[in-house]
Design a binder for this molecule. Structure first.
Ligand code: LLP
Length: 379
């Protein structure tokens, strides 16, 4: 994504920093890439990646549904008018409130364990999540289909859960698999879908195969789509997918301003964003591409650190940058997914504003918080 530099300077001047900036063109392009690869599969956006109402409304208008994993996410979907077949309610430990809201809205539930069959509201539509117990090419914290992960039922449990759903009067639509997030190797999906198709003889034909999300930004999308379609065909099923990151990551960048520099054991450039705005480098060792919006005659190797009173508050290490100075601006890319969504108010830091670039101008998607927003629920 490349937003015009003068537009970025203007956004920083008008809306302040740190600031999440999004490019509407790249949002649309990502959905088009998904549709081109997956054909007529039904797309459910995993809104945990970025639940901003502006993004949700755009996606709903484009015919996309939502995967929700909390009462709050279901409430967001309801707030923008999504109902019925536009909603999936998922999660390994759903609350009574989530079952009730999902049922009231006519959502489909993703059943994560055998015991849940007895907890579902009467006559629910359900998919059974399968854990294929695979090692996948991503960070350990992002692997959900591994042997030790808490998600889904074992392949051996699948016929029993499908049978229990049917005897309890629910509609067992089919199977669901989501092996993790930011997965680089398309072969991991081939293995996961293969594990499901191995169940074909015991399950018989199914209505839906939900192939989840988890596609790394550089993964072979066409290859993943081909394997997912093949698996759905094996069951005579319709294909559903649940991308989060892929739909929004590249559209979003975190714009931050240089507060100053210091040269101690290392060269630090201190910026006004940190772990409260972009947690992924600290939590997963994620590397977000950095773009400096200035030029300088000399360049150096810099660590980019934030303002928090924690030594882990380092956004990037060993980045080659033109030598920075106070007031200059830099961008962390691929931050549209799990960036703003995982920002926090730790240290009573106000979460940043979010702005969208469309038709040559910025619109505010979320205003910058003020400290009063943060303590407003306190006595
Ligand atoms: N479906 C299910 C059942 C999921 O649990 C998730 C993500 C998705 C779909 C979407 O996965 P995606 O396409 O976005 O990879 N906070 C982490 C990512 C956690 C993802 C959790 N589940 C990060 O910042 O990388």
């Amino acid at each position: 994504m490349s937003l015009p530099t003068d537009a970025l300077l203007d956004a920083a001047a008008t809306h302040g920093t740190p600031l999440y900036v999004y490019d509407a063109g790249e949002l649309d392009a990502a959905l088009n890439r998904v549709r081109a690869a997956f054909g007529d599969a039904r797309v459910y956006y995993a809104m945990k990646a970025n639940p901003n109402l502006t993004l949700l409304r755009r996606l709903l208008a484009a015919g996309v549904g939502f995967e929700c994993v909390s009462s709050g996410e279901v409430a967001r979907a309801e707030h923008i008018g999504a109902v019925g077949t536009e909603l999936l309610v998922n999660g390994p430990a759903k609350s009574e409130a989530e079952y009730a809201a999902g049922s009231r809205l006519g959502a489909t539930f993703i059943v994560d364990r055998e015991e849940e069959v007895a907890l579902l509201p009467p006559a629910s539509r359900a998919l059974v999540r399968v854990n294929p117990a695979l090692a996948v090419s991503t960070h350990d914290h992002l692997a959900t289909g591994a042997l030790g992960s808490k998600f889904g039922v074992t392949p051996a449990q699948v016929p029993g859960v499908l049978g229990a759903l049917r005897s309890a009067g629910h509609t067992a639509l089919g199977l669901h698999v989501h092996i993790g997030s930011a997965i680089r190797d398309a072969g991991d999906f081939t293995a996961a879908f293969g594990c499901l198709t191995d169940l074909r003889d015991v399950t018989g034909p199914l209505t839906v195969l939900d192939a989840g999300g988890g596609w790394g930004l550089d993964a072979d999308l066409a290859g993943i789509a081909r394997e997912a379609r093949r698996a759905a065909q094996a069951f005579g099923a319709e294909l559903w997918v649940e991308p989060g990151r892929y739909l929004v990551a590249r559209a979003g960048q975190l714009l931050t301003r240089v507060v100053g520099t210091k040269r101690t054991g290392r060269n630090f450039v201190l910026v006004d964003a940190g772990m409260t705005e972009l947690l992924r480098p600290m939590l997963y060792g994620a590397v977000h591409p950095v773009t400096a919006l200035w030029d300088a005659a000399e360049q150096g190797v810099w660590d980019i650190a934030g303002p928090a009173c924690e030594s882990g508050d380092v956004l990037a290490r060993d980045v080659i940058l033109p030598n920075p100075g106070r007031g200059q601006l830099l961008l962390f890319g691929e931050a549209g997914a799990y960036g703003a969504a995982m920002s926090s108010t730790y240290l009573t830091r106000s979460r940043p504003a979010e702005v969208l670039w469309e038709h040559g101008r910025w619109t505010v998607m979320r205003r910058r918080e003020v400290p009063q927003d943060i303590w407003s629920a306190e006595e």
